[in-house]
Every structure is written in C-alpha cells, then in structure tokens.
Write a protein that binds this ligand. Sequence first.
Ligand code: NAP
Length: 267
Amino acid sequence: MSMQSSVEGLVEGKVGLVFGVAHKSSLAWAIAQSLHDSGMRLAITYQSERQERNARKLVDELEGGGSVLLLPCDVTSDEQIDDVFSRVKDEMGRLDTLVHSVAFANREDLMGGFSETSRDGFLVSQEISAFSLVALARRAVPLFEEAGGGSIITLTYLGGERVIRNYNMMGVSKASLEMCVRYLAAELGEKNIRVNAISAGPVKTLSARGVSGFTDILGFMQETAPLRRNIDGSEVGATALYLSSGLSSGMTGEVLHVDAGYHILGY
Ligand code: NAP
C-alpha cells in the first residue's frame, strides 16, 4: 500500500539532514522521499561503503536527486559527526530538520532471555540507538539557531514502553531514546527547536528482520490493530513531513504513534 506522503511546496526552501538510509525499505528513505517531494533540500548520511552505493542509487532515482548531499557517518565517531555538520553548514548554509533513524542491537540481544544481555551488548545498543540522538542534536543547535529554530525527529517503537517478546535490548534503548527526546525538548524549546519521536508500527526493513519472530508480529498486527492492517513506510514519511512543517509548530516532546492504532489495545 502506498499513501500520499508529500505536499508540494510545504517545506520549500528548508534544509533537512537524514541519518539512517541503508536500503529502499529504510524508514529514513521513506522520510527522505516525503521531505524531498515536498520541496526540502536534503543531506543524507550512510554508514559504510556498501551503503554509499545503495544511497547513491536511491538518490539518483529522485527527481532533482543530483542536489542531494551524500555524506559518510558512523554515529560512534565524533569526528565523522563533526564532519557531517561542517559540510552541511558550508554547502547548505542552514538546517531546519534533523532526522535520526538509527538503531542497533546485537542479534543475540534480540532473542531469548533479557537477563543474558552482555555488558558490551547493552552499551553498544545504548550508544548507537539513544546517545547518538544527543550527539547529533548538540551539533545541530548552532545551525538551527541560524535558521530561527528547527525540528528534530527520531524513530521509536512500542517495545520502549511495554515488553514485546524478543525486542529485549532494543526496548531498553528505545525507552532511553524517548526520555532523551523529552530532556532535549525541555532544554531546546526556548530556541524554537522542537524534538519529537515517531513510534512506528512494524515495517519489514533490514533492521526489523533482525528481531526474532518479526514475521509473526506483522501477522498479529494485521489481525488485531484497530485499522486491521500494517502501516506503510510512506505513512511514517508523511508524519515526518508534518513534524518538519509549521503545521506541528505547537508540538514538542511528543511520541506520535503511527501504528494503525495498535498501542491503544490492552489485549
Ligand atoms: P534500517 O533500514 O536497517 O535502518 C537502521 C539504520 O541504522 C541503518 O541505516 C543502519 O546503517 C543505521 N546504523 C546502525 N548503526 C549505525 C552506526 N553506528 N552509525 C550510523 N548508522 C548506523 O531499519 P529501519 O527499520 O528503517 O530503522 C530505522 C529506525 O526506525 C530505527 O531507529 C528503528 O528502531 C526504528 N523503527 C523501526 C521499526 C520497524 O518495524 N522497521 C518500527 C519502529 C521503529 P547500516 O545498515 O549501515 O548498519
């Protein structure tokens, strides 16, 4: 199912920086398309050489994709993060939207008993999935200030609020990420910088396939969610567009569920 996810001119003249495009199924890619198609100039980061080829291929398919700035960034490297923001400053001159669509947990920490989580597995997941939002936000602030404010958007999942089988370490990292959203929103609001999260329902992406039993979750959602279906990445893209635009100007520190309503259920 593909939904309308762009509104011509809604974010015309604005600049967005998107972290987390790995594949055409990436939620970050759905967001990038929606922002681009609505007039935003984009910079997109990729982590590895393999992802660079993917990202380049995807961007080339966009109308006017030649204007998209592609930059390498492993969010565990302060040096690479610094380079990204200085390139955006030099080449795009401003920043209005920062999209953080990055997460990681070791495969063995996405199955079995949570009490088996290793020290290293715990720390690496928190660093890449939660601390990275803080690291990116800090560098974005001066650029946002030049633009008179900005919007930070991250991606979370219901497993950060409630226990979901096998989500384990990622659930703990998402709880941490959602709290980072609130602390950042409280601090940065006076600079007109808004910080919100989209809590997406399950979508078949490379990361999601790493969660043991993921296909069963998709089937269960289809049967039980109020809308009786799974969501499409384009619906996450549309919500990110809303959060990037003036239409959401009164909203910060929020977690918006784009999950066909599943989160309201107690069964
Ligand atoms: P995805 O396409 O695999 O995206 C995850 C991204 O994180 C990839 O681009 C990955 O890059 C990147 N990443 C991991 N470690 C990194 C690092 N050290 N530095 C920079 N980037 C790194 O999967 P996705 O499902 O779209 O995930 C995007 C976000 O949505 C995640 O926060 C995820 O938890 C969240 N989310 C997903 C779902 C779902 O069902 N799909 C539901 C709710 C929330 P590499 O591939 O190069 O490692």
